[in-house]
Design a protein around this ligand. Structure first.
Ligand SMILES: [Zn+2]
Length: 88
């Protein structure tokens, strides 16, 4: 048994203010399905009838599990490229 995938846990680089995702296979820049895991704290306010309503939601932690290209369905084949006009 080998665990080849183990080192690929962070295969999705996070975009910054000056970079954006690009699919390395087809060059798609604009359309992705992002699978995200979030841990959130919700302020649940129930009315007298017992109907709950979430009034505040605070994201405690958030990780991106995978990104799939909407054009070619490649999973986690993402690289970061500069946004247009971004010069550093
Ligand atoms: Zn693609």
């Amino acid at each position: 048994m080998s665990y080849e995938g183990a080192s690929d846990l962070m295969t999705v680089p996070l975009p910054t203010e000056t970079t954006r995702w690009r699919c390395t296979l087809c060059g798609n820049l604009t359309r992705f399905d992002v699978t995200r895991s979030s841990k959130v704290v919700e302020y649940v306010h129930l009315d007298l009838a017992g109907e709950p309503k979430v009034e505040e939601r605070e994201v405690v932690s958030e990780t991106i599990d995978s990104v799939r290209c909407r054009w070619c369905n490649a999973v986690d084949q993402i690289e970061l490229v500069d946004r247009p006009g971004a010069d550093s």
